[in-house]
Design a protein around this ligand. Structure first.
Ligand SMILES: [Zn+2]
Length: 425
């Protein structure tokens, strides 16, 4: 036991007199989670609280990677570890579900479908003193992008006062979603045993969550990783109606291009093209969706990504498509760690059964969506004129590797031509 030594200790230190181990069983009566159960009451709430250890029924805690910042705030004395969220007026602006997919245990394993409505469906448990937090929040926004203003000026988009305003703002419903992993389902998706998954998650995070290996009874893990955001153009409930045209893009984060306009890849052009298509689709009476996942640099992280850029541009012969994946593999050990296996979960949360227009060329995303039971109609490629010159290497390499394209696939000779810019101006 650590003894309090200073009378002037800050509250955070007082609160941590005992180290709060979470690696043994909780109090009797704590609701057990039955993943995929047909109703919220039968499924039971996800309780990832750090204030009342005995109430916990999951491994890890809320807020994904931001749980670490929360810990820093507590350590710095800026946040009381006992703080509980006041959920007054935080209810979703739009009700999403419940949909049949929510009660198919294998269909959604990477998020909590009831995560947006905990204040409603778990009101009894909240009143009984359980600290239950939403893992999903749904709100409204206006989004303004220079590419949309350009599309309006060029006459490709017309403000209608409903989907798109005269000032160029598109009206959206957006939802932020934290990862909630059902470990047996996750193991099945990745083709490994649950024991292996638990052990490797424990070991490869430096032993961050001992309960992964000590608490086999806890099947749900709130991992300290980034989540995802969905942007909906049109009426959210229309997403679940397969007779209503759905235009959708699933996009993986690329800070360099998405935010800062780097021209080495096609991420932002594809994202803004998809938003334009979503607005057009919604104006035709359909609905549009962009699902944005925090998987920076193919989930390898931005440091690895920038190292690869240098390796590509300094290699003998210049930046060529035929070495595109090899250079990534040299630095990271793999070509890609995004693993689209979990990506369709968010589509099933929204009740989607058919995507009429999928704005993506990725065969990995297409295969994951179709493999999860969602029908895909047309595949919409990125128009040639939107591909930045320096991104030619990436797009050629991806098309040669199986990306969808209605045009010719570059051959071996084409892939050996250096098309990327060097590092010096
Ligand atoms: Zn990119």
């Amino acid at each position: 036991m650590v003894t309090e030594s200073k009378a002037t200790a800050v509250p955070a230190q007082k609160a941590s007199r005992h180290i709060r181990l979470t690696s043994h069983a909780g109090a009797p009566g704590v609701p057990a989670i039955h993943w995929g159960a047909p109703t919220a009451a039968e499924r039971a709430p996800v309780i990832g609280t750090t204030t009342t250890r005995a109430h916990r029924n999951v491994i890890g805690t809320h807020s994904g990677s931001y749980s670490v910042y929360r810990a820093l705030a507590v350590a710095a004395g800026a946040l009381s570890p006992e703080h509980r969220a006041d959920l007054t007026n935080t209810a979703p602006t739009d009700v999403i579900g419940p949909y049949p997919q929510w009660s198919q245990p294998d269909t959604i394993v990477g998020l909590d479908p009831w995560g947006a409505m905990v204040a409603d469906v778990f009101a009894t448990e909240l009143a009984a003193g359980y600290d239950i937090r939403p893992s999903i929040a749904v709100t409204k926004a206006h989004v303004m992008l220079p590419e949309i203003a350009t599309a309006i000026a060029a006459g490709r988009l017309r403000p209608d006062g409903h989907v798109l305003l005269k000032n160029g703002a598109a009206l959206v419903t957006k939802a932020a979603i934290e990862p909630v992993w059902y470990l047996p389902g996750l193991a099945a998706r990745f083709g490994c045993t649950e024991a292996t998954l638990r052990r490797v998650l424990f070991e490869e995070t430096g032993g961050m969550y001992p309960e992964l290996v000590t608490r086999g009874d806890l099947e749900v893990f709130l991992p300290p990783i980034g989540g995802q955001t969905v942007y909906i153009f049109g009426t959210p409930r229309d997403l679940a109606d397969p007779t209503i045209e759905l235009t959708a893009r699933v996009h993986d984060e690329c800070n360099g291009s998405d935010v800062f306009g780097s021209d080495i890849c096609t991420c932002r052009p594809y994202l803004t093209h998809a938003i334009e298509e979503c607005i057009l689709g919604a104006q035709r009476g359909g609905v549009g969706l962009v699902a944005y996942s925090r998987k920076e640099g193919r989930a390898l992280g931005e440091v690895t990504k920038f190292l690869v850029y240098n390796a590509r541009k300094r290699q003998h012969g210049g930046d060529t498509a035929d070495q595109y994946f090899a250079r990534t593999e040299c630095v990271a050990g793999v070509q890609d760690m995004r693993f689209q296996e979990l990506m369709p979960d968010v589509l099933h949360w929204l009740g989607i059964r058919k995507i009429h227009r999928l704005v993506s060329m990725s065969n990995m995303k297409f295969d994951a969506i179709v493999g999860s039971g969602i029908e895909v109609g047309e595949r919409v490629n990125l128009p040639e004129q939107l591909i930045p010159a320096d991104a030619r290497v990436e797009i050629d390499a991806k098309m040669a590797a199986g990306y969808f394209t209605p045009g010719p696939v570059p051959d071996a000779d084409e892939l050996r031509i250096a098309k990327g810019r060097g590092l010096t101006p």
